[in-house]
Design a protein. Structure first.
Length: 446
């Protein structure tokens, strides 16, 4: 055995021995979570990056671990995916699952697991394990058991972060049928968004708008279901009003890809409240109960990102010894959902005259009022459930997500997808999607 090999073996041994105390499936305080993330970053320095997107009210960094083979760098036609957990500080299962998942993926990448390698080679994967570390610390340190049901849910200013995003549903509700319902954050900015935003919300909003995320999930606890947009009803009804988004079938496909890969989410009788009857383990958000100002719909209505909300179990802060069970139940679902970032249609959009990227152009699906804007590199990622579609590109860049606010009357910028004459449509069949390599490539010159 050569000296180099001995040194390598020793370093691996030290790594594993050191890692053991952190990488156990248990509750991690903020300090321990930070050490855990640093350790994963150290084990996979070439395939990970640890960064902060801002600070909580009490000054804790909102830490994100990025996994993949090009950390920190956009690569053409490589989509960005994210998982966010612990937005409600007392809902802790998702946080521990993301720590474990990050470690698992890093180790499996090194061990030559081809499925994990393929996913990490083709995707920029971002995990924010704790969006509300102040609430988490409060819940963790509550001195008695059982902890009160909502203790630590809000941030340190007592604000529920999942009610603190701009209420873009209210804006979308006012848009006439068939007119565009995407990138509404531009409208909010034009209208002067004076609502007080919490620092955690502000940091995540900027993060969502800065990166070209395609798919995301927000991990909660308190029930067992995959929840999809819209989250808020237009008629003010608090429960039981199914508020369809233009991408209803795609969202149902995405939510089912989680629930059916989960050990029991899609089975009958799993809801925590006997009165709830979730079909196939999924629900439209507003049909369950209306949430204005939530993060899920902000993603969909402000950016190109499709987000769903996952409720991972009845117990918000379960006993430590049950955490491995949660991992067993969710592991395949977490990986399966992540792979769906590669579904639908993607490609490049180029200016026919100059050959430059047609940044800000809008990719349109006939009969669907939700546009996807082209990135500054000229790419687009259009998630779609399997089926036949007609797809085109419009030059209406007025809603481009590059924060360039066009000083025009808002009504004038609405664009009618049904009567658009700017678009030439092409037929595309989207097949059943099994992950990387399944997106249909369709390029445009305009
Ligand atoms: Zn929650």
């Amino acid at each position: 055995m050569g000296r180099g090999i001995i040194v390598l073996c020793l370093s691996l041994f030290v790594e594993l021995a050191m890692g053991q105390s952190y990488l156990d499936m248990r509750h991690h305080s903020y300090r321990e979570m930070k050490e855990y993330l640093q350790l994963v970053n150290n084990i996979c320095p070439e395939q990970s990056r640890l960064y902060s997107i801002g600070k909580s009210v009490q000054g804790r960094d909102l830490l994100v671990l990025e996994l993949g083979t090009s950390p920190g760098q956009d690569q053409l036609l490589k989509p960005n995916f994210k998982y966010v957990a612990n937005m409600h500080g007392n809902e802790v299962v998702g946080k521990e699952l993301l720590l474990w998942l990050a470690h698992y993926m890093c180790q499996e990448y090194r061990n030559g697991n081809e499925e994990i390698q393929l996913l990490m080679n083709t995707t920029r994967i971002h995990f924010l394990p704790s969006m509300n570390p102040d609430g988490y610390e409060a819940a963790l340190n509550y001195p008695r058991e059982p902890k009160p049901y909502t203790y630590g849910r809000a941030n340190a200013n007592g604000q529920d972060l999942n009610r603190n995003f701009p209420d873009l549903d209210a804006t979308a509700c006012q848009i006439p049928n068939g007119q565009r319902t995407d990138h509404l954050s531009v409208l909010t900015k034009r209208a002067g968004d004076n609502e007080e935003r919490q620092p955690e919300t502000e940091a995540v909003m900027n993060w969502i708008l800065r990166h070209k995320f395609v798919l995301s999930a927000n991990l909660h606890g308190g029930d067992l279901v995959a929840n999809y947009p819209y989250d808020a009803s237009c008629n003010g009804q608090e429960m039981g009003h199914y508020q369809k988004s233009p991408d209803d079938s795609t969202f149902r496909y995405l939510a089912s890809s989680y629930s059916t890969a989960h050990a029991r989410m899609s089975k009958k009788g799993q809801a925590c409240d006997a009165g709830e009857k979730f079909k196939n383990g999924i629900t439209n958000g507003a049909d369950w109960y209306s949430v204005p100002g939530g993060m899920q719909d902000f993603n969909y209505l402000a950016s190109n990102c499709f987000e769903i909300t996952l409720e991972l179990g009845c117990d918000k802060f379960p006993k430590e010894e049950t955490l491995p069970q949660y991992w067993q139940e969710n592991k395949n679902a977490l990986l399966n959902f992540m792979s769906k970032v590669h579904c639908g249609i993607h490609g490049l959009v180029i200016d026919a005259q100059t050959g430059a990227p047609a940044s800000g152009a809008v990719v349109v699906v006939k009969g669907n009022s939700h546009g996807i804007t082209v990135t500054k590199n000229g790419e687009y990622f259009r998630l779609l459930a399997p089926g036949d579609y007609e797809i085109g590109v419009s030059l209406d860049s007025n809603f481009a997500d590059d924060q360039e606010l066009v000083d025009k009357n808002i009504q004038e910028t609405f664009w009618d997808s049904a009567n658009s004459t700017k678009c030439k449509f092409f037929s595309v069949t989207v097949p059943e999607c099994k992950g990387p390599g399944y997106a249909v490539r369709k390029d445009f010159k305009i």
